[in-house]
Write a protein that binds this ligand. Structure first.
Ligand code: TYD
Length: 137
């Protein structure tokens, strides 16, 4: 059974000198961190993602600016608009997702439960639907 995506409210230490947020693995997020990567300098109108992961769980944060994450589970689509650096979007494995509507100078941080592995990607939409049907049984 595929779990649902959810917004995780991260700690925010407010301070007149500037705010601070943080993440601890297995505490604020339900996985061990094996990799982080970030997406930046996205030209207007471009999209990223547009695929699913078989194993990778992830947390996506708009560290700066804003963008939308469109998540599809084979049945329903949800759109999450991220625009705060203290909100993380947790995505369990097995979801189709695309990132779009990047604002100028936006910075997307992705915290991943796996090392990079091309074999973990499903790029073909029909293959995803087959995978999803198997997974749901
Ligand atoms: P990809 O995950 O396909 O980007 P997006 O889903 O945002 O379109 O990755 C783009 C390229 O970067 C691809 O050639 C693989 C490479 N890459 C790595 O080498 N390591 C990584 O951790 C990631 C995320 C991508």
């Amino acid at each position: 059974m595929i779990n649902s995506p959810k917004i995780i409210d991260l700690p925010k230490i407010e301070d007149p000198r500037g705010n601070l947020s943080f993440i601890e693995e297995l505490k604020h997020i339900p996985f061990k961190i094996e990799r982080t990567y970030w997406i930046y300098d996205v030209p207007g109108g471009e999209t990223r993602g547009g695929h699913a992961f078989k194993e990778q769980q992830e947390l996506i944060i708009a560290l700066s600016g804003s963008f939308d994450v469109v998540v599809y589970n084979g049945k329903e689509e949800q759109i999450f608009s991220l625009n705060r650096s203290y909100y993380g979007l947790y995505l369990p494995a097995g979801l189709w997702r695309q990132m779009q509507n990047f604002s100028t100078n936006s910075l997307a941080l992705v915290i991943s439960s796996t090392h990079y592995d091309d074999e973990d990607y499903i790029y073909d939409y029909n293959e995803y639907i087959n995978f999803r049907n198997q997974y749901a049984k």
